[in-house]
Design a protein around this ligand. Structure first.
Ligand code: ADP
Ligand code: ZN
Ligand code: ZN
Length: 746
């Protein structure tokens, strides 16, 4: 007998609807009663205003604030069983923590096909089979060699191939469609039965590496703590073999029949990383990345939710993967900025990982060579177990930074003569050089040598970057482009010169200076094609001497065994920023870049050009490394009452009309201050003040900052503020968002 007969039908369903409004909407049950009865977690199709939308039931009640007879019935229930429990919990936690509408949170955390109302149970998949009449010489293929190849492949598989298998051979959907249109291939639909991965035989596909002493000690600690919530910071220098520790931890987790979830930074989910996981285990490793189709994403979701996928690895949004038997969560490079979503639902995947591991009662490993001050502080305070790896797997210790004073020295392409000589010597020794420069384009701006005019964006408080390939001025904040002017718009002089260096200019200078040596530029412009980066890196890993010029795309994660010299063109960006986290982020990046040097047989050198060679923070970083600087920064943060010793929230307001934003900001801050005083709530409220770049995309940006010692107080204030804004008519004409634990103040 189905449960519906025992469970009394509720009279009211509180439904989370994809809308920015922070509330549920009440409906009556309607359509067919789901097999298990009405319950939270079922998706329903409802009429919302004039639209039909997919919502999720979060509450089943018998009463509503509205008269029951005015409630609309739901149009249909889309699920037989509720969406996974752990996933629902995480979404509700996220909505509460980040003061975000539950409906929108659920929607963002759901695979696109579920969002569109696709059924989870009755899914099918496509299979493609050559029709009996298809032959190699079929008409219409003479001029379509790829279609002919595809057909030949399909003919070798009498049962046909599923889409994924076809695409894996670099054929496209269009080619399949063309063959179907020609009547040479037929499309079959079959039920997507869960392929059981019932594990027989050994778990490992390759032997584990014998661990170094410190790795073994860290793993032993992790092995003792497989049950219960045990947060650990795996704090290991670059190249110390953190990944090997993860792999052996996962082996233990999966060996007990549990699942492991691994989060990596956006830049870190390379084919190389994935290959390392896949070649280790005989069980499937499900990867969640931006290249998946909607079907593949839903498959992965379902495989994780059903427990069929023992290992799930993905970037930020993978934190929202449901797990049937969670066993451990690992966050690699936990300090990485890409774990924080900077728009819409502004969650931090690392922080959600902590919440999730706590909820499940499972171990959590946060790994980094340069831990965030938040995580480091918790480890130093004893809240997290602090596991250290100080030795590299290759015997060479990570190279120290050598500061190179730029003052008064001629620069070409951003590089001064002694640095050029070091590059020359390294190439002559048969090694590779990595030149790190955190600006793409040819030069940060174009300036008039006669009057000092500089190219500025009409829409932002920012200079426009000069590009050579193709030649134009581009704003990196709003993407506006302009043709190069022939003459200075202010004084008419034709003496316009690039000011400073970007990747293109450094590349050009190096190519001129070292005509015999290949120069590879790696930045967002040069790697627009999806596989361009991997192709270049594969070439580089072959080991012939070469020069790599790149932005932070190059700085992180990649193993480049033949690089022995790293040059940082300019280390000064984060030194005197108004953002209190800038120095922390800058130091992390420098240490990561430096970590690219000397990872294999030869020791490395890291030359860091700076105009501030006397800066005490930079000197500390160079002399004693990130950990020493991080401890100093923590002291400063403590003294200044900044995170991690205080909790912040940032209200951002923007409008094309400056006055609309500042008026609303002023009223919101005023109302909040009154509320805080009334409640005697110890929360600071600062602002409104203009954002560091006040005008962006022709919109004015303002902010109000909230700060509190106790998170609960900050949350009370944030919730009140969000409610006030939601009820305020003027707030509908100003775009606003509340960022809990903001990572940047811009
Ligand atoms: P991290 O993630 O700490 O930067 P990796 O895990 O990428 O370091 O390891 C760096 C290199 O050292 C890799 O090539 C890896 O195969 C190798 N390695 C790691 N552990 C060992 C070990 N115990 N013995 C030998 N080589 C190791
Ligand atoms: Zn001029
Ligand atoms: Zn702009």
């Amino acid at each position: 007998m189905s449960e519906s007969s025992t469970r009394p039908a509720p009279r009211v369903l509180g439904v989370a609807i994809p809308s920015p409004l922070r509330r549920l909407f009440d409906y009556r049950p309607g359509g067919e009663t789901p097999a298990g009865g009405w319950q939270p977690g079922l998706r329903v199709r409802v009429t919302f205003g004039r639209r039909q939308v997919v919502g999720v039931i979060l509450e089943c009640r018998d009463a509503s604030a509205l008269p029951l007879e005015t409630l609309k019935p739901v149009d249909a229930c889309l699920d037989d069983a509720p969406l996974p429990d752990d996933w629902l919990w995480l979404c509700r936690f996220t909505a509460r923590y980040y003061q975000h509408a539950a409906g929108d949170t659920l929607h963002q955390a759901m695979p696109a096909l579920l969002r569109q109302g696709r059924s989870l149970e009755a899914r099918t998949r496509e299979r493609w089979r050559a029709t009996p009449s298809a032959t190699r010489e079929s008409p219409g293929l003479a001029r379509a060699p790829r279609q002919a190849e595809l057909l030949a492949m399909l003919r070798q598989h009498p049962h046909g191939l599923v889409t994924q298998a076809v695409l894996a051979q670099s054929f496209s959907r269009d080619q399949l469609k063309a063959l179907v249109d020609k009547g040479l291939v037929e499309r079959l639909e079959e039920p997507r039965t869960a392929t059981p991965t019932g594990q027989a035989g050994p778990l490992l596909a390759e032997p584990v590496l014998p661990l170094q002493r410190e790795q073994a000690a860290a793993l032993a600690v992790l092995h003792e703590r497989l049950d219960g919530f045990h947060p650990c910071l795996l704090h290991g220098v670059t190249g110390s073999g953190k990944t090997e520790v993860y792999l052996q931890l996962i082996e233990a987790v999966v060996g007990r029949g549990h699942q492991a979830l691994v989060l990596v930074p956006e830049i870190g989910l390379t084919p190389q990383t994935l290959a390392r996981f896949r070649s280790r285990f005989r069980v499937p490793v499900v990867a969640l990345h931006s290249g998946l189709t909607d079907h593949e994403r839903l498959d992965a979701w379902e495989a994780a939710a059903s427990g069929r996928a023992p290992i799930v690895i993905g970037t930020r949004s993978a934190i929202f993967t449901p797990l049937a038997r969670p066993g451990a969560i690992i966050v690699d490079e936990e300090h990485d900025g890409s774990f924080k979503q900077q728009e819409g639902l502004r969650y931090h995947a690392r922080d959600l990982a902590v919440a999730r591991a706590h909820r499940h009662g499972i171990p959590l490993v946060l790994g980094s060579a340069t831990p965030s001050l938040e995580t480091l502080q918790r480890a130093l305070a004893g809240d997290y177990r602090h596991l250290r790896l100080t030795q590299r797997a290759s015997r060479h210790p990570p190279a120290r930074l050598e500061l190179v004073d730029l003052r008064g020295r001629p620069r070409r392409g951003g590089l001064i003569p002694p640095v050029m000589e070091a590059i020359e010597a390294t190439l002559a020794a048969g090694h590779q050089v990595l030149v790190f420069i955190n600006r793409r384009g040819f030069a940060p701006t174009l300036a008039c040598h006669a009057c000092g005019w500089m190219a500025e964006c009409d829409h932002c408080d920012a200079r426009m970057t000069l590009h050579r390939q193709p030649p134009l001025l581009a704003c990196h904040h709003c993407d506006r482009r302009r043709a190069l002017p022939d003459a200075c718009p202010d004084c008419g002089s034709a003496d316009l010169r690039p000011l400073g260096s970007g990747t293109e200019r450094t590349e050009e200078t190096l190519a001129e200076r070292f005509p015999e040596t290949p120069v590879h530029r790696i930045d967002r412009d040069s790697t627009r094609r999806r596989d361009a980066l991997e192709q270049t890196l594969t070439e580089v890993r072959r080991g012939a001497p070469c020069l790599l010029v790149g932005t932070q795309m190059l700085a992180k994660g990649h193993h480049l065994p033949h690089v022995t010299l790293v040059v940082v063109v300019n280390a000064d960006a984060g030194l005197y920023s108004s953002d209190f986290r800038a120095l922390e982020h800058s130091a992390q990046l420098l240490e990561q870049v430096a970590g690219r040097a000397g990872r294999a047989a030869h020791p490395g050198r890291v030359l860091v050009q700076t105009l501030h060679a006397d800066d005490p923070n930079l000197r500390l970083l160079a002399a004693r490394g990130y950990d020493a600087l991080a401890e100093r920064l923590l002291e400063e943060r403590r003294a200044a009452a900044l995170p991690p010793f205080r909790h912040l929230a940032l209200l951002r307001l923007e409008s094309p009309r400056e006055q609309a934003a500042s008026e609303l900001g002023g009223r919101a801050a005023g109302a909040l201050r009154e509320y805080l005083a009334e409640r005697g709530l110890a929360v600071d409220c600062l602002g409104p003040v203009p954002a560091p770049m006040e005008r962006r995309q022709n919109r004015y940006h303002l902010q109000v900052m909230l700060g509190a010692d106790k998170r609960s107080r900050l949350h009370e204030a944030g919730a009140w503020l969000a409610a006030w804004l939601e009820a305020e008519p003027a707030a509908r004409r100003v775009r606003w968002s509340l960022d809990i634990d903001p990572q940047t103040l811009s």
